[in-house]
Design a protein around this ligand. Structure first.
Ligand SMILES: N[C@@H](CCC(=O)N[C@@H](CS)C(=O)NCC(=O)O)C(=O)O
Length: 226
């Protein structure tokens, strides 16, 4: 199970789903530092669970971290990783203390979330729409946006093993699920070898390998193109 502990207190609860790409981002951060937490899988298809979850965070999107020790409910994946970095630090630092390096990390986090992750969600979300409510124009725009972002990576955006250098950061937590699922909806191994090699490094990283292993039983529920 996720969240096996090495420390004593377990004040953190992660509300998430193993298939959810934005949840992967936070799970990577938790596993990087072996941070103890209680995993709370939320089934949004279940009305009772959905209602309870919306009491926690009315926007209704996971991941959401609850920290009972500090009396905080923390939504939004990037903010959760920043919160963990500040209050539950470990060997992997997700936001560098150097301001310029921190700016690069946050920029890359935005890059992967906004220009790969969200368009990927658009493509997957369209697969769930009723046949008469599809949005082919929006999907084409999303594909173009992902292709543009992959081109930027290919042109040398990634000069190092990890997003901004030798150290694994929040930017890599953001990159892993966005590239993993983007590759599922528009396979880019043949067209973008640098991006594909980076994705391979991310998949080999023990924290993300563990997230993917735990998601494996759920992949059959990933919507396929009809
Ligand atoms: N900006 C949010 C996005 C979270 C998000 O989109 N979560 C998706 C799962 S990957 C979700 O909860 N979808 C359920 C829904 O929209 O009903 C974050 O970074 O945490």
């Amino acid at each position: 199970m996720p969240g096996s502990a090495k420390h004593v207190t377990r004040s953190l609860t992660l509300h998430f789903h193993p298939l959810s790409s934005f949840c992967h981002k936070v799970l990577i951060a938790l596993y990087e530092n072996d941070t103890p937490f209680t995993p709370q899988i939320v089934n949004l298809m279940d009305e009772g669970e959905r209602t309870a979850f919306r009491k926690l965070w009315p926007i209704g999107k996971f991941p959401v971290l609850r920290d009972d020790a500090r009396g905080k409910t923390v939504p939004e994946s990037s903010i959760v990783v920043e919160y963990l970095d500040r209050h539950y630090p470990g060997v992997t630092h997700f936001i560098p203390s150097d301001a310029e390096a921190a700016r690069k990390v946050r920029l890359n986090d935005r890059f992967f979330d906004l220009y790969i992750h969200l368009p990927m969600q658009k493509i997957v979300g369209d697969r769930l729409r009723p046949a008469d409510k599809k949005d082919p124009h929006g999907v084409a725009e999303a594909r173009a946006q992902i292709a543009n972002a992959l081109d930027m990576i290919e042109r040398g955006m990634l000069q190092h093993p990890w997003a901004i250098g030798e150290g694994f950061t929040l930017a890599d937590c953001a990159a892993a699920p966005s590239l993993f699922y983007a590759d599922k909806v528009m396979s880019f191994g043949a067209t973008h070898p640098n991006a594909a090699a980076y994705l391979e490094r991310l998949k080999q990283r023990p924290s993300y390998a563990r997230v993917l292993q735990e998601a494996e039983p759920y992949f059959k529920f990933f919507p396929q193109e009809s």
